[in-house]
Design a protein around this ligand. Structure first.
Ligand SMILES: NC(=O)c1ccc[n+]([C@@H]2O[C@H](COP(=O)([O-])OP(=O)(O)OC[C@H]3O[C@@H](n4cnc5c(N)ncnc54)[C@H](O)[C@@H]3O)[C@@H](O)[C@H]2O)c1
Length: 405
């Protein structure tokens, strides 16, 4: 029997884009939340009521949660009723050419939990994970001396969209996969305390595969749009108009092409499926390759264009570095990769525009208005709202637009 919110103790491991909003939301419902992170600076920042990431409304919620004493951060877990694992699950390069999932942080978190877990505890993995991870967490707990049969383990993938996390944490439907039906039911009872969407129960393995399939589905469909955009260019057809018109069909919904696919989810998670069955995942592999190829193709078009200008050493404004419009996140961002690679070229000067960040480690950031006044060629890589304010209409320099808006 799980106690009421005011008597419930939840420990969230990993205080990034997923863990911190979850911890703050739970604290706002009167639950005692301990947030755990391995980065001391993150723990310190949160205990001061501040945030280390940009997400609408998160700062106010964390401030209120720490002020009320309901949220406290630490570097290792204390005993709790429920543990939520929201740590990173990146890929690592492999000699096979297929990036392999790395679940080291999930298993480290499991070992930290094993040191304090008690029979009856509910342990939930939220990190996007290859199929079999929740079972490996149970094995890790067993290897650490816990009897996993005395614990309830469930996998509950996170589906929130950056920029809307606080809203979607509450409103989205959730999939809950239990290692046992009892674990799934216990996890569902927990999520029902703050989720308004429908909660579906299944097995841990199915829930793990559902999350990966969702992101592979997006990647595949974007690859189709990117492929169409290249073919359209070669045929002299406007890809944006083509897609708009094709989407008038009642059963067609082609996604938007761009300069590649980035971010830490869609560009990464399909590899988790591929790594588990390379022989039978050819379509998923091809989608990854097609989306990566689109960035190379965009880069070649930019070079071709500025080399064709009537100027020996032109100035090129590269507008947008983030992995999608109106965010500051540069993780796996194709526009950033394009900018970094173009900077190796010596026959042009590149100006980098990214209105959502003030500085970058290696690139100098130029304000949009200044860049478009100076440039001999303007390249739109990301459709950030400030680029679409009409300023480009009065500029003489040619514009290469790889966005869909
Ligand atoms: N960000 C998203 O939009 C999103 C959406 C859906 C799913 N996910 C998945 O959620 C998981 C977390 O992603 P994120 O974006 O929050 O990552 P993040 O990098 O923003 O945050 C992860 C945090 O975990 C901490 N950490 C690492 N190892 C730890 C450990 N052993 N114990 C405690 N803390 C540890 C890191 O210091 C970091 O602060 C990933 O699996 C990701 O794929 C993310």
């Amino acid at each position: 029997m799980i106690p009421p919110n005011s008597e419930l103790n939840v420990c969230v491991l990993g205080l990034g884009y997923i863990g911190l909003p979850t911890a703050a939301l739970l604290a706002s419902r009167g639950i005692h939340v301990q947030g755990v992170d391995v980065v001391p600076q993150t723990v310190e920042t949160i205990n001061q009521g501040k945030v280390q990431i940009v997400e609408p409304d998160l700062d106010l919620m964390v401030q209120a949660a720490t002020r009320s004493g309901k949220l406290q951060a630490a570097d290792k877990p204390d005993p709790a009723d429920i543990f939520i694992i929201a740590v990173p699950t990146p890929t690592q390069d492999d000699a096979s050419g297929i990036p392999q999932p790395c679940i080291d942080a999930v298993l480290d978190a499991a070992r930290a939990i094993a040191a304090v877990a008690q029979p009856g505890n509910l342990i939930i993995v939220e990190s996007t994970s290859p199929v079999g991870t929740t079972r490996k967490v149970a094995q890790t707990l067993a290897d650490s001396g816990m009897d996993p049969d005395t614990l309830h383990l469930a996998y509950c993938p996170e589906r929130v969209l950056p920029g809307r996390i606080m809203k979607e944490l509450v409103e989205n439907d959730r999939i809950i996969g239990g290692l046992t039906p009892v674990a799934a039911t216990a996890a569902k009872a927990f999520y029902q305390r703050f989720v308004m969407g429908t909660i579906y129960e299944t097995t841990a393995e199915t829930a793990e595969m559902v999350k990966l399939s969702e992101n592979a589905y997006r990647d595949l469909n974007i690859a189709f749009a990117n492929e169409l955009s290249i073919i359209s260019h070669n045929l002299g057809v406007d890809a944006n108009e083509l897609i708009r018109l094709a989407n008038c069909h009642p059963r067609v919904n082609i996604l938007q092409p761009g300069c590649g696919v980035g971010g830490h989810c869609i560009a990464v998670d399909p590899w988790f499926i591929v790594a588990s069955d390379p022989e039978n995942s050819k379509l998923i592999q091809q989608a990854r390759k097609t989306n990566d190829y689109k960035s190379q193709w965009v880069m070649e078009r930019i070079k071709e264009k500025y080399r064709g200008l009537d100027k020996k050493h032109p100035t090129v404004a590269l507008c947008g570095l983030a992995f999608k419009p109106n965010i500051d996140d540069l993780r796996h961002a194709p526009a950033l990769e394009i900018a970094l690679q173009l900077n190796q070229e010596t026959d042009a000067t590149f100006l980098h525009v990214e209105p959502n960040i003030s500085q970058h480690d290696t690139l100098t950031i130029t304000p949009f208005q200044e860049a478009i006044q100076e440039a001999d060629l303007i390249v739109l890589l990301v459709a950030h709202t400030p680029f679409l304010d009409g300023s480009l209409d009065s500029i003489d320099a040619p514009v290469l637009d790889f966005t869909c808006h």
